[in-house]
Design a binder for this molecule. Structure first.
Ligand code: NAD
Length: 361
């Protein structure tokens, strides 16, 4: 098959880690007989340096014309980089928010997977970790409290602030459909997280999710209150497969779930729109402190590329092969410096990419 991939190397370690992900994708093409055509897109500081703005219309058009976007990370050191002398709307992060909006990315996917080999980085007790865990948080990204009407006013001499949490059934349905589709590619269980004992928006959420669930009789649905979910993530994380939730709950729970894996260099993510199109990127930032040193961990970006194969291109077998290669390098004891531990073999960014590519096919 032929696919067009927009590549956004970005800033800091971005170009180094995206180069390794591309190396792995090239190997996938060779082994499985696909052709990926790449077009590079400037975003963030890299775009400011060339065009004076963090995102151009041309960059948006290139991304829109692709089958999927693979990104490294953007941004620099806020204390030393000249990008942060610019007004906020011209800084690198503004470009990222703008491209997410332009591409209508409303579903955010954050897997939290604990590799047996990296159990030492997990802050949970051995008996809680058990056989490990493998979940994915599907968070609604463009509605709810962060996008509702807000105001601060003087109410008869008392300063008062109001934020509005609103969802309509269409917004809930489209994110629920994503979560059930993803569950079908996994262990076929959706835990929908809400606060239906208090909030009207959660009661509508629950009703619509139940309607969607009827179209997926092969997927098990359970509901969980958000406070209970926060506890269960550190009490029994293995119970989860797909967690479906609204914007603010998802913001908090996805960070909690990431932390229990303990390794920032291993965390992939994706943001999808209503079609199969998505933007795939590691959860970490551009790590300016280690940029150019050849030591950044490329695995989060490589795992994001695997998500791209699975969710945008429907190449499940190829995604499995990339994930198996990551598992194999860890089993064989190869580590970048951020996940290094005693007795393991330390490798740099390009060596890690070479190893993963060599284990495919
Ligand atoms: P960061 O994630 O870049 O770095 C935090 C720490 O983790 C640093 O010590 C860094 O060296 C380390 N680290 C991160 N990724 C690593 C990797 N792959 N391998 C090895 N070590 C790694 O967070 P920060 O320092 O708060 O932010 C730096 C810049 O990144 C800022 O400009 C911020 O705005 C930007 N940022 C961008 C994104 C994005 O592009 N989506 C996300 C978060 C932060």
């Amino acid at each position: 098959m032929n696919y067009n991939i927009a590549l956004i190397p970005g800033d800091g370690i971005g170009p180094e880690i995206v180069a390794e992900a591309k190396k792995v994708l090239d190997q996938v093409c060779q082994v499985y007989g696909h052709t990926f055509t790449y077009e590079e897109v400037l975003l963030g500081g890299a775009s400011i340096d060339v065009h004076g703005v963090p995102l151009t219309e041309e960059a948006i058009a290139t991304a829109k014309n692709s089958d999927a976007v693979l990104m490294g990370s953007i941004g620099g050191d806020a204390k030393t980089s000249p990008w942060y002398q610019l007004e906020p709307s011209k800084r690198p992060e503004a470009g990222l928010l703008a491209i997410r909006k332009a591409l209508n990315l409303f579903a955010n996917l954050r897997p939290a997977y604990l590799y047996n080999e990296l159990k030492g980085a997990c802050p949970l007790k051995e008996e809680v970790i058990g056989e490990g865990f493998d979940m994915i948080i599907v968070r609604e990204l463009t509605g709810g409290l962060y996008f509702g009407e807000r105001k601060t006013f003087d109410d008869n001499g008392v300063m008062t602030a109001v934020d509005t949490l609103s969802y309509n059934e269409k917004e809930i349905r489209r994110i629920a459909v994503k979560a059930f589709d993803i569950a079908r590619k996994r262990k076929k269980k959706v835990t929908s997280v809400d606060k239906a004992n208090v909030l009207d928006s959660s009661r509508l959420w629950r009703k619509v999710v139940e309607e969607v669930a009827k179209e997926y009789p092969d997927v098990t649905l359970e509901h969980m209150l958000v406070d209970n979910c926060a506890m269960q993530l550190v009490h029994n994380p293995a119970q989860f497969d797909v967690i479906l939730t609204e914007n603010m709950f998802g913001d908090i729970l996805s960070d909690e779930a990431s932390m229990v894996t303990g390794s920032i260099g291993m965390l992939s993510s994706a943001s999808l729109n209503e079609t199969k199109f998505g933007l795939y990127e590691p959860s970490h930032g551009s790590a300016p402190d280690i940029a150019g040193k050849g030591i950044a961990n490329p695995l989060a970006t490589i795992l994001s590329a695997a998500m791209m194969l699975r969710y945008s291109l429907d190449l499940d077998q190829e995604a499995d092969a990339v994930e198996a290669a990551v598992q194999k390098v860890l089993t064989e004891g190869y580590r970048t410096v951020d996940i290094m531990s005693e007795g393991m073999k330390q490798v740099g960014t390009t060596q890690m990419g070479d190893l993963i590519a060599s284990y495919i096919g």
